[in-house]
Design a protein around this ligand. Structure first.
Ligand SMILES: [Zn+2]
Length: 319
């Protein structure tokens, strides 16, 4: 059973102009999730940088519209709005369904009418938000940004609004300083939906052991992704296999007392390619096979990493 905290399916659909190809994409993606025992898939609304500032809010709503029309209209999709909507293993096997939760990745569009727009997003079913992508915006600094030296005052206000509304905050794309600011100004556990270990591969998108410790202590959850350039130096001659490298990230995270706080955040459709042998949700079982042959972890650990840790986190946060 799989819970995947991050995959860019909505962006992929939005980029596709042909209605027919869009339908096919969704058909294949949902079928793959169900066949591969994906219990819960989080789908972020991601408005790319190149969209003009004044169109960003409109594009955000357009993507929510795509989710409504093409995904939630399907009888095999369960919409996750509250803890009770989260799947249980038994129910899923019986019904052959997949639960979908909407999130936001990058909230440049919320620079004005922030509180109102957060309310609108919540009413449209958004239950998690990562405010920045890699650059800085009104909220604070993304992984590659330095504009504010952390979160802005406006960003700190938005954190409070999210806590009141019940929108989980995803710190995956924050700069390290913004991450620490978030922990300081939020009282709640946070999600890091798709980041890896900076100890294994130093990259601004990855988490230091100290950061991992703090997420764990706070009761948060971290999803590891399958993006090569976030896992190793893609320019150097790689001696290890890519799956071995992914396992190093996992084992390093587990060593930070994180057994109950690690899961998946694949980032499918979010990068040019995923690690070797893995192309999309059709490959979940192949991935598990590859990973299990690399390193001895108990079946219980795989159940926690595969689905239980994220489900426990979401249940706690959405009650
Ligand atoms: Zn991302």
């Amino acid at each position: 059973m799989i819970v995947d905290a991050h995959a860019d399916l909505l962006w992929e659909i939005w980029k596709e102009a042909s209605e027919e190809k869009r339908e096919l994409l969704v058909d294949e993606a949902i079928a793959a999730m169900i066949n591969q025992n994906v219990l819960l898939q989080v789908l972020p609304i991601f408005v790319p940088e190149e969209v003009a500032e004044e169109r960003k809010w409109e594009v955000m709503l357009e993507m929510i519209g795509i989710a409504e029309q093409m995904i939630f209209s399907r009888p095999e999709v369960i919409r996750v709005l509250k803890a009770e909507d989260l799947p249980s293993v038994e129910r899923k096997i019986e019904l052959k369904m997949v639960a979908i939760m909407l999130a936001v990745e990058g909230a440049d569009a919320l620079n004005i009418h922030t509180e109102q727009r957060l309310q609108v997003l919540h009413s449209f079913g958004i239950r998690m938000i990562g405010f920045t992508w890699n650059h800085s915006n009104w909220f604070g600094d993304g992984a590659f940004g330095t504009l504010h030296g952390g979160l802005s005052a406006h960003g700190i206000e938005a954190v409070v609004v999210c806590e009141q509304l019940g929108i989980i905050i995803d710190g995956a794309h924050l700069s390290e300083k913004a991450f620490w600011d978030l922990l300081k100004h939020s009282a709640l556990p946070i999600a890091i939906t798709h980041s890896n270990s900076a100890h294994v591969y130093a990259h601004p998108r990855n988490l230091t052991n100290e950061q991992i410790h703090s997420v764990v202590e706070r009761g948060g959850c971290i999803g590891l992704n399958f993006v090569p350039f976030l896992l190793f130096d893609t320019n150097s001659e790689e001696l290890q296999s890519e799956i071995q490298c992914w396992m190093n990230h996992l084992m390093t995270m587990l060593d930070q007392n994180a057994r109950l706080h690690i899961g998946f955040g694949s980032d499918f459709w979010g990068a040019d390619r995923m690690i070797e042998g893995i192309n999309g949700p059709n490959d979940w079982s192949r991935f598990l096979e590859m990973a299990k042959s690399e390193q001895l972890l108990s079946e219980n650990d795989w159940i926690r990493i595969g689905s239980e840790n994220w489900l426990t986190f979401f249940r706690k946060m959405m009650k």
